[in-house]
Design a protein around this ligand. Structure first.
Ligand SMILES: [Zn+2]
Ligand SMILES: [Zn+2]
Length: 269
């Protein structure tokens, strides 16, 4: 209950009140499930009511965006590195003001570099919510406060791009350990060093997992008051029919997954 209430308080703070009313469930409606994921982890999830199977519904990602049906997030230290995805949609804009930076260098930066990058005055930045090609959502900082997506990215002078390309290629040739983001940098250089960049790292993709099995745990608030007689009455026809439909849909989904797996194995071989 404590974990559930803490998560709900956080969710309510992040959402507009009307949306929160619709998507944050009351404890009395919550049903607990144990789910096994394709990473091997066994986690607990909550659905609204006991009829909705965890693998059938859609769960949300870190920015409240919908994941694919049957996917959930599972954060791991051993997850693959984040990869670049193209921005396919520009969403809402918001501004954030930061206080002036301290005079003393922060984060282990050397004093000369700090003097160059330090903001002596409070400063405001515009953040845009963007949707990536993978369907996940992240934030992008605009080059200037007045910038709008219709303006397109700001480009760098061609001569400067040429110089930078030379400098980067020399650096990569002589630093075998400094190859991080090399292909991304090459793409940006070939496009004239655009700002904002048309692609960004997706930190959600590495943590998205499939639910492969689930088990009922029970109501979040145990129901003790149900009369005994009721449990002996068979469920109504509509409920049985719905359960059969759910079981059949689940079997179809598992067969599809198995077929995908077989196809994958053949292609790899
Ligand atoms: Zn996991
Ligand atoms: Zn993604």
């Amino acid at each position: 209950m404590r974990e559930f209430e803490k998560a709900n308080v956080e969710l309510r703070e992040r959402l507009p009140p009307v949306v929160a009313m619709l998507i944050v469930p009351e404890a009395e409606q919550c049903y607990r499930w144990r789910v096994q994921l394709d990473c091997g982890c066994i986690n607990e999830v909550i659905t609204r009511g006991k009829e909705c199977l965890p693998s059938e519904r859609q769960w949300r990602g870190p920015e409240c965006e919908w994941l694919q049906r049957g996917q959930v997030l599972c954060v791991h230290g051993d997850a693959p590195p984040a990869r670049y995805q193209n921005i396919v949609e520009w969403g809402e804009r918001r501004e954030r003001t930061f206080p002036a930076d301290p005079v003393e260098p922060r984060g282990g930066v050397d004093p000369r570099t700090w003097a160059l990058i330090r903001h002596g005055e409070p400063h405001t930045r515009a953040f845009w919510k963007v949707t990536l090609a993978c369907g996940h959502v992240t934030d992008v900082i605009a080059p200037e406060l007045s910038w709008k997506p219709e303006d397109g990215p700001r480009l760098c002078r061609a001569e400067r791009v040429e110089e930078m390309t030379k400098e980067f290629e020399e650096y990569w040739a002589s630093n075998p350990t400094g190859q991080d983001h090399r292909e991304h940098m090459r793409r940006m250089l070939s496009q004239g060093w655009p700002s904002p960049e048309p692609e960004c790292l997706c930190y959600t993709c590495p943590y998205v997992r499939w639910i492969v099995a689930y088990q009922r745990v029970g109501w979040l608030i145990p129901r003790t008051a149900e009369p005994k007689r009721q449990s002996q009455i068979p469920p109504p026809r509509a409920v049985l029919e719905r359960r059969i439909r759910q079981a059949e849909a689940e079997a179809t989904r598992l067969r599809d997954q198995l077929a995908d797996l077989d196809r994958g194995t053949r292609t790899d071989g």
